[in-house]
Design a protein around this ligand. Structure first.
Ligand code: 6PG
Length: 253
């Protein structure tokens, strides 16, 4: 069943393209298909697909689906480079590690070269890890630092990556990757900044469940309040922004 398309004109900024899938299962299938298309386009044009994965729980079902024999062959894994839009300041084998979640569900199950898995090296400490990650990104992507796809989640408080309410203004304005203490979660996080995310060729939010319906409505249809709703800061400079959502999450749009 094809996703329904909705264009949402917010009270501020450009319209948002929302693709609404009937169920969470359809959402993950639709997202996997879109990622495979983005991958094929990038590999055909530039020989590589640089993909920043999101953390949290929502994408795990997508990662597991992408690792299945039905879906995995649709990606040219030898040309895929996996990065993380944010990471928790924990060891890479920790239960809360975004790297571990994606590696267990997907990357360890597909033929992606180990050198193409760009983990945030939290063992070096969050600040050094953020600086090294930014240097790696600049070296891999060049001056434009344009990811082919940045996959994002949406927190029920309006955060995305590790850009939490009330914290973005304190980030170094020129940084592409930053480390900061996030009081709400009581830990340091390493995160892409809006500047880096907005340089991407494609940005896609993956949002599932009725629990996200109100925050999705506020982000897309509410007044501009980016300090309170950092997801509103995501406006690609020249790339595409798409919201991949299921009907439950879209229930208040
Ligand atoms: C993280 C994520 C974060 C996540 C949202 C949504 O490290 O937690 O990058 O931005 O995408 O919090 O998380 P859920 O999918 O678990 O609701």
């Amino acid at each position: 069943m094809a996703a329904a398309e909705l264009t949402v004109q917010p009270a501020f900024g450009p319209p948002s393209r929302v693709l609404i899938s009937a169920t969470p299962e359809h959402l993950m299938r639709d997202a996997a298909a879109a990622i495979a298309i983005a991958c094929a386009d990038a590999v055909a044009e530039r020989g590589a697909f640089h993909w920043a994965l999101s953390g949290g729980s929502t994408p795990v079902a997508l990662f597991r689906l992408m690792a299945t024999p039905e879906i995995a062959p649709g990606m040219e894994w030898g040309a895929v480079h996996a990065w993380w839009g944010d990471e928790r300041d924990v060891p890479s084998d920790h239960a809360e590690s975004n790297y571990r979640a994606a590696n267990d569900a997907l990357l360890a199950r597909v033929p992606i070269p180990a050198a193409n898995v760009h983990r945030v090296r939290t063992e070096d400490g969050a600040d050094r890890a953020a600086a090294a990650y930014e240097a790696d990104i600049r070296a891999a992507l060049g001056d434009a630092t344009a990811f082919d796809l940045v996959l994002l989640g949406l927190g029920d408080d309006g955060h995305t990556a590790s850009l939490f309410p009330g914290t973005v203004g304190a980030l170094p304005p020129e940084a592409l990757v930053a480390a900061h203490f996030v009081p709400k979660v009581g830990m340091r996080r390493v995160t892409f900044t809006p500047r880096l995310i907005n340089a991407a060729r494609r940005v896609a939010f993956l949002v599932s469940g009725a629990g996200k319906a109100e925050v999705l409505r506020r982000v897309l249809r509410g007044p501009s309040a980016p300090d309170e709703l950092p997801s509103q800061l995501i406006r690609p400079d020249a790339g595409e922004l798409t919201w991949w959502v299921d009907a439950a999450a879209a229930g208040r749009l």
